[in-house]
Design a protein around this ligand. Sequence first.
Ligand SMILES: Cc1ncc(C[n+]2csc(CCOP(=O)(O)OP(=O)(O)O)c2C)c(N)n1
Length: 335
Amino acid sequence: MADTSGLTAQSRRDLLSMMILIRTYEEAILREYHADKSPGFDIGAGLVPGEMHLSAGQEPVAAGIGAHLREGDALTATHRPHHVAIAHGVDLRRMTAEIFGREDGLGRGRGGHMHLFDPDRHFSCSGIIAEGLPPALGQAFALRRAGTDGVAVAVTGEGAANQGAFHESLNLAALWKLPVVFVVEDNDWGISVPRSASTSVPSNAARAAAYGIPGVRVEDNAVEAVHAAVGAAVARARAGEGPSLIEVHTLRLWGHFEGDAQGYRPDLEGAPGRDPIPTYVAALVADGVLTEADVALIRTGAAERVEDAIAFAKASPVPSPDDALKYVFTEGIPA
Ligand SMILES: Cc1ncc(C[n+]2csc(CCOP(=O)(O)OP(=O)(O)O)c2C)c(N)n1
């Protein structure tokens, strides 16, 4: 694959490293999630009870966004948040402790995997779909008011793009020319509902025209294409030219949630062959950007970071039931 994106070799290595870190993380969470749920799957059992939505296959979206964000920029995400949280630099240890429901978690273990909140990185997410978009507008408004050229990125799924909050957010962001980049992850499925049964237009990017903002669809889940599209949108936002919408046709390699048997998915046939990570490894090796040995080192480094975060989470105390009402709403939050 020729490098047509103007990316340096180092930038390309960084994109791959981020994708590998994210996949390594999701594989480890998958392992931990199922560890105490076998032989029968019990959603309430184990070290990590509750639903778990993992992002394997969608790494190009996260890596392509994260490469453009700086200290102070904001990112809001969905019920499937780990990939973008990692790419935005959310602390891996405290994020993992939150997923495990521990005291050292980002939200002291009260939020869990769908409610990671990191004020230091201006990162938040929510189990309510399309709920991440209005807060991104608030972040963007605050960044502009503070006189910075910061941007807010709002990531959402294609299913959520049919929610009112999506359209209201596009309208207001356009009207106020806010520095927001909307990124729709089109993984073809909203739980078990195919996109064709939920969405009236072939591309959510086309919906941008209704609000007078640029809309781009990236077709092939290729990290460099995402990187280029997000780069243009972020530059536009930083320059005060307002919001943009990008839809990426990505791939949900695993179930909607872990434990989902996916009997409804004909598109899974051949899906491993569309895995974006081996594809990108092959491209970078072919271009002489790195060797297989370099890739092995990247994988080892990622595994070390991930296992350190898992160990940190497991060592952190479980909150006492007596403290269940602490840190809820305003109680316990320093003034
Ligand atoms: C307002 C609201 N309605 C319904 C749900 C239940 N729900 C959880 S995930 C989901 C599908 C989301 O699909 P999509 O936006 O495409 O994201 P993906 O899961 O594919 O990442 C639904 C309907 C919810 N969480 N919030």
